[in-house]
Design a protein around this ligand. Structure first.
Ligand code: AMP
Length: 420
């Protein structure tokens, strides 16, 4: 193994493509910031108990994929595999729900860790931007989150994605459905692990990707037919609000998702250019989660969008984001005196908000101009002893090659004019 290799299932974000990741995070966050969501940052690890209780003992995430470890001090911790449980834990700890101002609306952005089988779009370290609206049961809140996620993707220029929508029922109707589904599943030819799953979390069997399982699931009872009146009405309102907002969605009665805490509204954003790892984001309502982790009843809803897969979706649709140039002006000093003067100009330009870089290391003219071109700058600022003696610098347009002499104290204005 080479010393210079990132661990399996991980990769580094490096320039220039890392700029796209930053822009994607920003594009996902922008509609949230504009809709009353405040930024929250929680630790990269938590007590393992939080995820065991919050995400669910029967989920793959907890049983197989969690990076759990014991610290030197004997604490049982785990790298966070998702953001909702941590966010809710932090909100409860800070008593945000007691301010009398519900819902508590929070957004986050960060790294998550799952010990998965790596493949394209599935990594052991990945990044998400997420949003949670805590403490209110209102179909408009569910609709808001779906509309905002849709707005994020649209603002990036994405269009080849679909929104899948389902209701998972609540603590009234889901148990009745669960029992009916278990009855049905127990009559099928299934391997031992799947049989165990029937007893712990039968809904997840519906999500089994194997054809041999899917074939047998034809005719399985559908949750849709078991929803209580309250859940039906709630779901209908979410659907109406989305339709009124012009957000297209598909009803997907089989959508379950891999986490145990969801109730009522669940949704997934799938991108059709991504192959098997097509889910770019997902979320839903989790009315019971707060109680599961030991808090008060706090009906809530949220989502997390995957940054890595959103970048892959951009590539799949051939979208290049229109990003501001990393460098607009590149300064090339010829000689010691020019170095001192131009370095001052670089600082001045940067203070004026112009993205500027400098030929460090005493490069010769040819090399320095190569670096200027490589930097992507539109303009080069070149000065030698003779220019300086006359109080001038040369401003060179790197596209046209055109060069004009500019008075030293007019540099900022002239650069601004040239870039406009
Ligand atoms: P989940 O919490 O599993 O619903 O994940 C939400 C989103 O995070 C998914 O739709 C993906 O875009 C992203 N995601 C989840 N797991 C991974 C992973 N192992 N690698 C890359 N992205 C992931």
């Amino acid at each position: 193994m080479s010393t210079f290799q990132a661990p399996k299932g991980t990769y580094d974000l490096i320039p220039p493509s890392s700029a796209t990741y930053l822009a994607v995070r920003e594009a996902i966050a922008a509609p949230l910031r504009n809709s009353g969501y405040g930024y929250i940052e929680t630790p990269g690890f938590e007590n393992v108990e939080l995820f065991a209780r919050g995400v669910g003992e029967s989920t793959d995430i907890v049983t197989k994929e969690m990076y759990a470890f014991e610290t030197k001090g004997g604490d049982q911790l785990a790298l966070r595999p998702e953001g909702t449980a941590s966010t809710l834990r932090a909100a409860l700890e800070a008593n945000l729900h007691k301010g009398g101002n519900l819902p508590v609306k929070l957004w986050y952005s960060g790294s998550y860790y799952r010990y998965e089988r790596p493949q394209k779009g599935r990594y052991r370290h990945f990044s998400q931007v997420g949003a949670e609206a805590i403490g209110v049961e209102d179909p408009a809140l569910d609709a808001e989150l779906i509309i905002l996620a849709n707005q994020s993707y649209r603002s990036l220029g994405l269009s080849d994605f679909r929104i899948l929508l389902n209701s998972l029922g609540d603590k009234e109707c889901r148990p009745v459905y669960r029992a009916a589904l278990q009855d049905f599943l127990r009559g099928l030819e299934l391997d031992e692990e799947t049989r165990r799953r029937i007893e712990i979390n039968p809904l997840r069997v519906l999500d089994d990707k194997r054809e041999s399982v899917q074939e047998q699931l034809i005719g399985a009872p559908m949750l849709r037919d078991y929803l209580c009146e309250a859940c039906k009405t709630y779901h209908e309102q979410v659907r109406e609000l989305l339709t009124a907002a012009g957000v297209a969605f598909e009803d997907d009665p089989k959508l379950v998702r891999g986490l145990d805490y969801y109730t009522r509204t669940t949704f997934e954003f799938v991108h059709d250019g991504l192959g098997s790892q097509s889910a770019v984001g997902g979320g839903g309502r989790y009315d019971g989660l707060s109680e599961m982790i030991g808090g008060p009843a706090l009906p809530s809803v949220g989502w997390a969008l995957g940054v890595d897969r959103t970048v892959l979706a951009l590539e799949a649709e051939g979208i290049t984001l229109d990003l501001p140039a990393a460098t607009s002006v590149y300064a090339v000093p010829l000689g010691e005196e020019a170095r001192r003067v131009l370095f001052g100009k670089v600082t001045e330009l940067r203070l004026a908000g112009v993205a500027t870089d400098f030929a460090y290391g005493g490069k010769g003219l040819k090399n320095a101009m190569k670096s200027a071109n490589r930097s992507g700058a539109r303009l080069a600022l070149v000065a030698g002893e003779r220019d300086l003696a006359e109080g001038l610098v040369q401003l060179k347009d790197l596209q046209s090659g055109e060069q004009t002499a500019v008075a030293l104290d007019a540099v900022v204005d002239e650069v601004r004019r040239a870039l406009a």
